[in-house]
Design a protein around this ligand. Structure first.
Ligand code: UDP
Ligand code: MG
Length: 319
């Protein structure tokens, strides 16, 4: 087993318009990691910032030799910036965290201990209960309920993109080249040993959230449509419901015939209703079938690996 000292740790920090903030975050992180027996490397991913962030990052990297900066050509979004960082990383352990000071660096030592104990994913979870009620908290709660109801991949409420990943977990994520990325779902999907660490989010150092409502909706859509085919099966279910209604209507009309009350039926109603329900049902069922094919095509084009290996067992019993 390798000793702590020869383990390198990459800190991946996506940054979008965080001038004046990122310097403080860097100092805070350094005050925690400087004493730790790991070889740290900082990778700031500038996600197309339009303020003075590039200058801030230049200043940080010229004063600290452990810092690299990766600049994206435009604003691609938080998940893309994290992906760019992970693709460029080479450390034994990768820690991703926000640049705004909301993710407490004080947790890094504990996260690294847990990776050292054999966990591939150390996932932090925001303790929302203590937070005051807000629009963001309410919509986030609804989102997690929905995604867990319709997706086979479990995503814990309040999980953040503040996590430590072993090299094995990062390599697994790199095998998932899908365009619409929801990393909280993806780290669950890869299935390697994961541990949850609750944390109390701090206030933003300064500035405003860079997650606009449009970006939040985009992330929720990426999560729902990348991790669930349920929306595509709605047509099939509606088709089934319409066929059932057509059968009920037939029974209803037959009951008039059996009891000899056909004169009570409005002329033409029975056949018209029947045709509407059957045709509606057929259209919905056909849409549903197309939906299933689209779903299968979607799964293929995502190019997710068919399986991931945890370890190989050799004859001598060693892993
Ligand atoms: N961020 C980014 N690209 C974006 C939006 C945000 O790289 O398009 C970064 C941002 O600078 C921060 C992190 O992602 O480091 C989380 O964003 P933010 O703090 O604004 O989100 P919130 O905490 O409000 O959910
Ligand atoms: Mg934040």
């Amino acid at each position: 087993m390798s000793s702590k000292l020869d383990r390198s740790v990459d800190l991946i920090i996506p940054v979008f318009n965080e001038e004046g903030v990122v310097e403080k975050t860097h100092t805070r992180i350094c005050s925690i990691v400087d004493g730790l027996p790991y070889d740290f490397h900082f990778l700031y991913v500038d996600d197309g910032s339009r303020d003075g962030t590039a200058d801030s990052l230049r200043a940080i990297s010229s004063s600290d030799g452990r810092v690299s900066v990766l600049s994206l050509s435009r604003n691609f979004g938080h998940q893309a910036a994290l992906t760019a960082g992970m693709d460029a990383s080479s450390g034994d352990v990768v820690i991703t965290m926000d640049a705004d000071g909301q993710h407490p660096p004080e947790m890094i030592p504990q996260m690294l201990d847990l990776v050292q104990q054999g966990y591939d994913v150390v996932q932090t979870q925001r303790m929302d209960a203590a937070q005051p009620a807000s629009f963001k908290k309410w919509t986030s709660g609804m989102f997690y309920r929905l995604i867990n109801a319709i997706s086979g991949t479990r995503v814990l409420p309040g999980t953040a993109d503040f996590r430590a990943l072993s090299r094995q977990a990062v390599d697994a994520l790199k095998q998932m080249p899908e365009y619409h990325r929801f990393l909280r779902g993806m780290v669950s999907w890869i299935g390697y040993p994961m541990v949850i660490l609750p944390y109390q989010p701090a206030e933003r150092i300064s500035g405003q959230s860079k997650y606009s409502l449009v970006k939040m909706i985009g992330l929720a859509m990426d999560a729902i449509f990348s991790f669930s085919l349920v929306p595509l099966y709605i047509g099939l279910s509606l088709g089934g419901i319409l066929f059932c209604l057509a059968a009920l209507e037939m029974i209803y009309v037959l009951s008039f015939w059996v009891t000899g009350r056909t004169s009570n039926l409005a002329p033409g109603w029975s056949s018209l209703m029947f045709v509407i329900l059957i045709v509606g049902g057929m259209l919905m069922a056909l849409l549903g079938f197309i939906g299933v094919y689209v779903g299968y095509i979607f799964q293929e084009v995502k190019r997710r690996p068919v399986y991931l290996v945890k370890g190989e067992k050799h004859d001598d019993g060693q892993q």
